[in-house]
Design a protein around this ligand. Structure first.
Ligand code: ZN
Length: 245
């Protein structure tokens, strides 16, 4: 059930950390929302779990070359939305597993960045559309992020160390899951659709559509805004406000 519309209900600017599997996931899954948050003055950064080295149809291409192209494209795309900070954890594309190593890496990231809001994707979504199977890396990323947020990241007893010693616990306020079939909030982001498409197109190595074809694709996904009655572009999330002790 959709319970919120175009209202985060935040009374101050937030620090938002987007944690996803691949370069291009942030722009495809929630690029318009990221653009909105940047425009509203929230501080958004990314943590990407892989550099997308399997994102090619060319079996001969060196994965290191693919990674380096994709990192460049991702920096460019993020800048279009207003995001300048990206941290790469550099797990292997196509081999993400929601295990303790991945969870601990994410806990460290959360404790170091100290976000109010963590954004990822819904690990329970096996089939994002009738003709699509969700990438297992996406599901592993979402699962590992949830497992890192609760209880590990906020629990001082879950001790993780870096060079300076134990990294202090950090409690996240909210988790927003994109790419979900069970949204509980929906945002009319029509004013940010052009910037989302511009950012998506920066992932040139991954896209075989022209700008016009991409605009056509998104214009076919517009839905009626129940408030204004107009056709609009929405991004939807499964949002959790976490009880803080
Ligand atoms: Zn992906």
């Amino acid at each position: 059930m959709i319970i919120d519309t175009n209202n985060e209900g935040w009374s101050c600017q937030k620090k938002i950390l987007v944690i996803l599997a691949h370069p291009d996931d942030p722009e495809f899954f929630c690029g318009a929302m990221i653009a909105r948050w940047c425009a509203l003055g929230h501080q958004v950064s990314y943590c990407l779990l892989t550099k997308g080295q399997r994102g090619t149809q060319d079996a001969e291409l060196d994965p290191r070359v693919v990674s380096s192209v994709r990192v460049g494209e991702q920096l460019d795309a993020a800048a279009v939305l207003g995001v300048s900070q990206i941290h790469w954890l550099d797990f292997v594309d196509g081999e993400l597993v929601a295990d303790l190593a991945l969870r601990n890496a994410i806990v460290k990231e959360i404790r170091q960045v100290k976000p109010d809001i963590v954004v990822s994707c819904d690990p329970s979504n096996l089939f994002p559309a009738p003709d699509r199977i969700n990438h297992p890396d996406h599901r592993a990323a979402g699962q590992a992020v949830i497992d890192a947020v609760f209880p590990a990241s906020g629990n001082p007893g879950y001790q993780l160390r870096d060079d300076t010693g134990v990294i202090p616990a950090h409690q996240v306020e909210e988790v927003w899951l994109s790419l979900t079939n069970q949204p509980n909030c929906s945002f009319n982001l029509s004013e940010y659709l052009d910037i989302k498409i511009d950012a998506i197109l920066r992932h040139r190595s991954q896209i075989n559509l022209t700008e016009d074809e991409m605009k056509e694709r998104y214009s076919s996904r517009l839905e009626e805004d129940q408030i204004t009655g107009e056709m609009a572009f929405f991004e939807k999330f499964r949002r959790f406000r976490l009880a803080i002790k």
